[in-house]
Design a protein around this ligand. Structure first.
Ligand SMILES: *Cc1c(COP(=O)(O)O)cnc(C)c1O
Length: 342
């Protein structure tokens, strides 16, 4: 029987805390092998592995929730599997079957059950799948061998002082991804491309950098590493772009907005339209919704104040609460989004 843990759950950061196990699966000789369990948090790899030189790396992110009813739930893992498969097609890696992905998610959560934070803490278990090309080569070609790993680590609640707004700054001097590039795939390279802008934003006291489309610098793209949505006239508006990562949270919020009788629009959003939104938010697994207070465009000497009173809007809050309630099994799972691990 594993030892009970006594961690300060509510004050955990979004860091890395070692857990008991991770799960691994190797792709060799053209096929995926058996699922392996490891208690080591390092990997032994050839120095000429393609992931180290040419960025053959993909990742995913989801969470496991310990719920009031005692169950442990994960949210739409099949969607993460499908997105990883899309990333694999994008950077020429072998696709991992959905069943294997979901089985490994369940397995790694169960193996580390004592690290799933208690319900009351608001903390969660972050689940991080990654896939890397491991075979040795110096020429630029896809690898012939791959390693898929899922590790988990407990993370603290995103909103420590309650649901609150954040401010963003438009990074006109940086692009995260190109219109026909890898922005639609969850690869590490996009994050490397964002580090400068991210630091630039943080150094000025903003929560995060905000991207316009790389080609015209006219339309809203992404809100750091989160999708953007705006709300006005009972309509949920989110960008249609070939350079943003298709967020599962955003996809779910679009569905919930529709369920609430709102209109949903996916289209290009010109920067100036920011003036017209009653509410706006950044969305992703980490926060679900991070409401936007203000977006500044210092190069153009413009400021878009969205939350006039500095507080999150009522529709954002409603969507946030609704999605959280589904994730925690407190509202009916009418769209079949939940996998019960235990
Ligand atoms: C992971 C990610 C998101 C959020 O996706 P979710 O599936 O909602 O967690 C948004 N943008 C980028 C660039 C991402 O990497």
């Amino acid at each position: 029987m594993a030892k009970e843990l006594d961690l300060d759950w509510a004050n955990l950061k979004f860091g890395y805390l070692p857990t008991d196990y991770n799960v691994r699966c190797y792709f060799r000789d053209g096929k995926w092998g058996e699922i392996e369990v490891s208690s080591s948090d390092t990997i032994n790899m050839h120095m000429a592995a393609t992931c180290l030189h040419y960025g053959q790396e993909a990742f995913e992110g989801l969470k496991a929730y310990r719920c009031k009813d005692g169950h442990i739930r994960v949210f739409r893992p099949e969607e993460n599997a499908a997105r990883l498969q899309s990333t694999c097609r994008g950077i020429l890696m072998p696709e991992l079957p959905t069943e294997k992905f979901v089985e490994m998610v369940k397995k790694v959560v169960l193996l580390n059950e004592r690290f799933v934070p208690p319900y009351e803490s608001g903390a969660t278990l972050y689940v991080r799948p990654l896939l890397i090309g491991t075979s040795a080569q110096v020429g630029v070609h896809p690898a012939t061998e791959y390693l898929f790993i899922i590790f988990v680590t407990p993370v603290g609640p995103y909103f420590k002082g309650g649901f609150a707004t954040n401010n963003y700054v438009i990074a006109r001097d940086h692009d995260r991804s190109a219109p026909l590039g890898t922005g639609i795939y969850k690869v590490g390279g996009n994050y490397a491309a964002s580090l400068q802008a991210n630091k630039w934003a943080h150094d000025q006291g903003y929560a995060c950098e905000f991207y316009l489309d790389a080609k015209e610098k006219k339309y809203i793209d992404e809100c750091g590493a989160a999708n953007f949505f705006g709300i006005k006239n009972n309509t949920y508006v989110t960008p249609l772009s070939t350079s943003i990562l298709p967020s599962i949270t955003n996809k779910s919020l679009m569905q919930l907005a529709e369920d609430l009788g709102m209109k949903v629009e996916r289209r290009q959003i010109p920067e100036e339209e920011l003036e017209t939104f009653e509410e706006a938010g950044a969305c992703g697994t980490a926060a679900v919704i991070s409401p936007i207070g203000e977006i500044d465009d210092p190069v153009m000497n413009k400021k878009y104040v969205i939350a006039k009173d500095g507080k999150p809007g009522p529709i954002s809050e409603k969507l946030y609460k609704k999605l959280k309630a589904i994730q925690y099994g407190e509202e009916p799972d009418t769209h079949n989004w939940i996998t019960i691990v235990k």
